[in-house]
Design a protein around this ligand. Structure first.
Ligand code: GLU
Length: 475
């Protein structure tokens, strides 16, 4: 059994944008590729941003995507708890250990003092850095303050010279000069750890071997490594991934109305397709293959092939991938992703199952997502049509009237309204009038549907129903 352990560590903010989900998938693939474990850790130390029900939402998303959690809040292993707010005592214990080791210190500075300090830096147009006012407090001062319940934070004592560096799988060697590192807060005055502290403690205690996360943490990681060093722990392998940007080049966000996984799912994108698409977003397989099952992804995934440049979320490409998966759906599955949308937008109360399935199947090949059926099938739910210029011009041609009146006669003769009989009727017109190809199909299509182009003609006519077709042909 391999000892590879990865973790997905979302903050329960109620929204999982596709960048977060992509990280989870990458984590899962790295674990499974190495026969390792995938761990879910809920990072809820920012109590202000925490949203009720968000954890369930994370579970639902992972489940739909077929990402199986080996250890997490609901199926804990030996290294729990798996929710950060339940680990407060652990963080405190380790923060105090660092104080003992001389690698961290109590800081009793008030907010007021820090604000004044910040303003001073602002005026000098310099980046704020804590001035180490509390670095050298005497033992007595500290004990006195603690006895008197003076609020405190614990800060990491950074080296002031030298260079810290590490190797990232995607970005290569990252170096920072230690003198720019601030004595960052590890434990806040409310007793909660900062992300910067908790991620190190948790990743170590949970035996995480590979940390995969957004590149916004890249520049912070040298600080984390100093913590590993202070404790004498081995740092994990880091795989920082580029951001996923919207088509406008901006960060994806809920505020910008960017799609979350659930939005996509509710619009009839298939989870397997979303997973497939997201993996290709920033990762390229050796052989330019584009459609992957989860098993194939697990087998082929190699984080060294993740690109450094930002990935652009491209809905068209997602639709293309999704349509591949739609083509393979059974009737029932296809019905499930389309019918709820049809029902919401149109009155389908007088349509039977055969009619609905014929309609949905008519668009199966071009459908990019379930909800698109509403737009594609619009003509079947409208009473009238209005011809565009091109259609009007086409119908001025000689022969179109003849085709229409011949077709009308054939339709009137049909006993049983079926696709076969309609196909036969079209063939009869061909024989009787001598028109074929475009000159046969286009007049019939324009007159019956109002459009020059569209899906299979006989099926389309069938779906409009005898009455509507006779009516339109008579006009
Ligand atoms: N809770 C952090 C986030 O949602 C996790 C970052 C990490 O994976 O370390 O951004």
């Amino acid at each position: 059994m391999s000892n590879t352990r990865t973790r997905f560590a979302p903050s329960p903010t109620g929204f999982m944008h596709i960048g977060n989900l992509r990280t989870a998938i990458f984590e899962y693939l790295v674990a499974k590729h190495n026969n390792g474990k995938f761990i879910l850790r809920i990072e809820d130390t920012d109590q202000v941003r925490k949203v009720e029900g968000a954890t369930k939402f994370i579970y639902d998303t992972l489940k739909l995507c077929d990402i199986k959690i080996d250890e997490g809040p609901e199926n804990p292993g030996d290294v729990g708890p798996y929710v950060q707010s339940d680990r407060k005592d652990i963080y405190k214990e380790y923060a105090l250990k660092l104080v003992e080791l001389g690698e961290a210190y109590y800081c009793f500075c008030t907010e007021d003092r820090l604000d004044t300090l910040r303003k001073m830096y602002d005026e000098k147009k310099q980046a704020f850095k804590y001035d180490r006012n509390c670095l050298n407090l005497s033992k007595e001062e500290i004990e006195n303050n603690l006895k008197n319940n003076v609020p405190y934070v614990i800060r990491q004592k950074m080296p002031t010279s030298g260079i810290s560096s590490f190797n990232d799988v995607v970005y290569g060697e990252i170096k920072v000069s230690n003198d720019i590192l601030e004595d960052q807060i590890l434990l806040k005055s409310d007793g909660f750890p900062t992300y910067n502290f908790a991620n190190v403690i948790d990743d170590h205690l949970m035996g995480i071997t590979h940390v995969i996360r957004g590149n916004e943490y890249l520049s912070q990681t040298p600080k984390y490594n100093l913590l590993y060093k202070a404790f004498g722990w081995e740092a994990p392998t880091y795989i920082h991934v580029p951001m996923v940007l919207g088509e406008d080049g901006n960060k994806l966000s809920k505020r910008n109305g960017d799609a979350s996984f659930m939005d996509l799912y509710n619009d009839g994108y298939l989870p397997e397709a979303i997973v497939n698409y997201l993996v290709l977003l920033g990762w390229s397989p050796k052989d330019n293959k584009e459609i992957f099952t989860m098993e194939e992804l697990i087998k082929d995934f190699d984080p060294a092939r993740i690109s450094k440049s930002p990935s652009i979320y491209d809905v068209k490409k997602l639709g293309w991938v999704n349509s591949h998966y739609i083509k393979k759906l059974s009737d029932e599955e296809l019905f499930n992703i389309t019918f709820p949308h049809l029902k919401r937008y149109y009155d389908v109360s007088n349509k039977d199952n055969t009619w609905i399935m014929t309609l949905i199947n008519l668009y199966k090949d071009e459908l990019r997502y379930g909800k698109e059926i509403v737009e594609l099938a619009k003509m079947f739910f409208e009473e009238e049509y209005c011809l565009d210029e091109e259609c009007i011009e086409f119908m001025k041609q000689e022969g179109t009237d003849e085709v229409i009146s011949s077709f009308k006669k054939e339709i009137e003769l049909i006993g049983d309204w079926s696709i076969d009989n309609i196909t036969q009727a079209i063939n009869n017109v061909k024989e009787k009038t001598g028109f074929k190809g475009k000159m046969l199909y286009m007049p019939i299509r324009i007159k019956t549907t109002g459009f020059m182009h569209g899906p299979e003609l006989a099926k389309t006519i069938y779906l409009f129903g005898y009455e509507k077709i006779i009516n339109r042909l008579g006009k």
